[in-house]
Every structure is written in C-alpha cells, then in structure tokens.
Design a protein around this ligand. Structure first.
Ligand SMILES: Cc1ncc(C[n+]2csc(CCOP(=O)(O)OP(=O)(O)O)c2C)c(N)n1
Length: 338
C-alpha cells in the first residue's frame, strides 16, 4: 500500500503527520515523473512545488478557500491530491486531464490559464466578489519569481496591496529561475530578502502594502505548514515568500534547470529523449537566421520575453552575443515597445 492509495481529496491529507506527508511527497514526485517521462510536460516547476502544495491543502480548505495558480504549470501536485491522481498513475487516463488548471475537471480549479503573471489579478477579482457578498474564505494567489516580472503581476500587486483591505494571500514561489535565468531589478530585492532570511528593510512587497512572511526552506513541510497557519484567515494582504528548489528530487532537473523546465518524453534513469527529431522547424530556421545576422556583425539585437530557448538561444549563445541579446523578463509589452 502507498500513501497515495488513501488520498482522494485534500481532506485525506489533513489527517496525516508531517512524516507521512513527506512520504506522500516522494510518491507525488514519482507520479509526476512517470507522466512527464511518458508524454512530456512541466518537470522542474512541479517537482519544486510538491511540499508547498501539500502544505497549502493541509492548512486551507479548498475549494471553499480558493487557490489560484499562475501559468498553472505547477498544478500537477494539486491535481494529484484533488481527485485526479489517475491522470498521473494510469497511462490510459493521461488524456483525461490537462497540464493546467481546468475548472471542467474539478471544483478545486478556478481558471483555465497558461499565461504567466495573471494569478494576482484573477485572485483580486475573487477577493472583491467575496467581500461584496460578505462571504468568508481565504483567497490565495500562487506566483513564481519569474512571473513577477510581467506587467500584469506588478499591476495586480500594486492593486492588491492597498485596495482590497481584506484577506488576500500571495504565495511567491521563488526558485530563482524563470524558464531561463531571471532578468530585472526586482530580483536583487528577492536575493537580498533570501540572504537576510526575509529581514531586510528594503522589501518590495512591504513597500506595496503587504505584510510579509519568509520561509527559507520552501521544501520543508513543517515550516510551510507553520507559515501558512500564521496567515490563514488574515484580514490583510500578505505575501508568503518561499525559497524553493526547482526540480527538487530529480537530480538531472536540479542540476540543469533550464532544459528541465519542460521536457519531451524521456528515460527517467538517463534523462535521454525517447524520440529523436530531425529536420527543420520554425524555431531552428529562426535560430539560423538570427545567428547568421549576428555572426556577420549586422546591426541587429535579438530580444526575448523570457523564452530564449524557444529559438535555440542557449546560455552559450546568449553569452556569445552579449549586448546584442536582450531578455526583458516576461515583459512582452515592454519588449515590443522597446
Ligand atoms: C505571458 C507569458 N509569457 C511567457 C510565457 C512562457 N512561460 C511559461 S512559464 C515561464 C516562466 C515562469 O517562471 P516562474 O514564474 O518563476 O515559474 P517556475 O517555472 O520557475 O516555477 C514562462 C516565461 C507564458 N506562459 N506566458
């Protein structure tokens, strides 16, 4: 018997001890790797957010309390413990669930999403509606560090920090990576906060009006439960900043985070791709076109909004072209205007 055999709803994990939750984490990781290795999917974002998901469901009462995921590419652990584990354990059921939150699948999912930087705004709407209806429940927006660089996230934080004046919890999943490395000044502040165990006076979230709680080991279930319990039923906006490890528990993904953000089907032992692809793609053609221009020293600047790998701009290529390569963070509007 496994722990997962007993888990069909979040209520089932509320009865577990921390030790049992740790055992469950290992099984959830194995289930994620099984599905990803067979049909491809998001690897690092999910492996890094297993403990936080279990702790969120242990402390809060979903679906009454509403958890809104950003991008929602990190929702696999959430799906596994909200009645959809067979979508990971049984290959014939893989087509029954999507890789993102999907309200048609479960009352625990509130939006169909795929874009970054949306969760704070979406959750703001839920919180506003709750307050107007005089209901009482927690609204929780989960957002990654990379997604904080998107304009909508900053607009949402600017609003939520001062305009809601009621329960609003933002869980910042800081794994120190976007798909590639982060870009932008706000990451200096996240680094300072990590270095000072959340104590630095210079605090972007506090400046926007949020209370602030820091968890130095965002993969430690006991610490996560304690932090979430301390903010449950708050009547103010609060940020819970988690320092997590992207790819946690799968050595290849821990070591080489960028290619393991999302992966095609692979052999779990070796990490080797199960299928090989030959021939041209739009990505390879774009890559060849840009490299040709850059190598000839033509007057060209290559810009991306957080997805350099899409057209083959590996860390080595990015370095090679130095100032002629710009990653603006996940800031498409800014990139287009610039
Ligand atoms: C608006 C938009 N731009 C780009 C993407 C591509 N994209 C998906 S996830 C991601 C990085 C997200 O990083 P982070 O929020 O730190 O989450 P992590 O994957 O590290 O957990 C990007 C750039 C997207 N989904 N939406």
């Amino acid at each position: 018997m496994s722990y997962l055999d007993y888990v069909n709803t979040p209520a089932d994990i509320k009865k577990m001890s921390v030790k049992e939750l740790e055992g469950l984490s290992a099984e959830v990781r194995a289930a994620i790797l099984k599905r990803d290795s067979l049909i491809g999917g998001h690897v690092g974002p999910n492996l890094g957010f297993v403990e936080a998901t279990l702790a969120l469901h242990y402390v809060f009462d979903s679906p009454k309390d509403k958890i809104v995921f950003d991008v929602s590419h990190q929702c696999y652990p959430h799906k596994i413990i909200t009645g959809r584990k067979n979508g990971f354990l049984e290959p014939e059921d893989y087509v029954k669930i999507t890789g993102y939150t999907a309200p048609q699948e479960s009352a625990h999912d509130h939006f169909i999403v795929g874009h970054t930087s949306t969760s704070v705004s979406l959750a703001s709407g839920l919180a506003k509606a709750r307050d107007l209806k005089k209901e009482k429940h927690n609204v929780i927006a989960v957002i990654g560090d990379g997604s904080l660089s998107g304009g909508e996230a900053l607009e949402g934080l600017d609003f939520a920090g001062s305009e809601l004046n009621s329960n609003f919890i933002v869980v910042v999943n800081d794994n120190q990576m976007s798909i590639a490395e982060n870009h932008g000044g706000l990451y200096q502040n996240l680094e300072l906060l990590r270095q000072t165990n959340g104590k630095a006076e210079l605090n972007l979230f506090k400046a926007l009006g949020f209370d602030y709680v820091y968890v130095n080991d965002g993969n430690d279930i006991a610490a996560l439960i304690k932090a979430f319990e301390s903010v449950k039923d708050t009547n103010k906006p609060v940020v819970v900043h988690l320092n997590t490890e992207k790819g946690k528990g799968y050595a290849l993904a821990e070591k080489n985070k960028e290619p393991w953000h999302w992966h095609l089907p692979f052999d779990i032992q070796s990490g080797e791709l199960k299928n090989s692809f030959a021939g041209e793609t739009y990505n390879s053609l774009t890559n060849a076109f840009l490299l040709d221009k850059l190598k000839k020293g033509e007057n060209v600047v290559v810009m991306t909004a957080g997805t350099p790998g899409l057209f083959g701009f590996t860390p080595e290529v990015r370095q090679q072209f130095g100032a002629h390569f710009v990653d603006v963070g996940i800031a498409e509007e800014h990139a287009v205007a610039m």
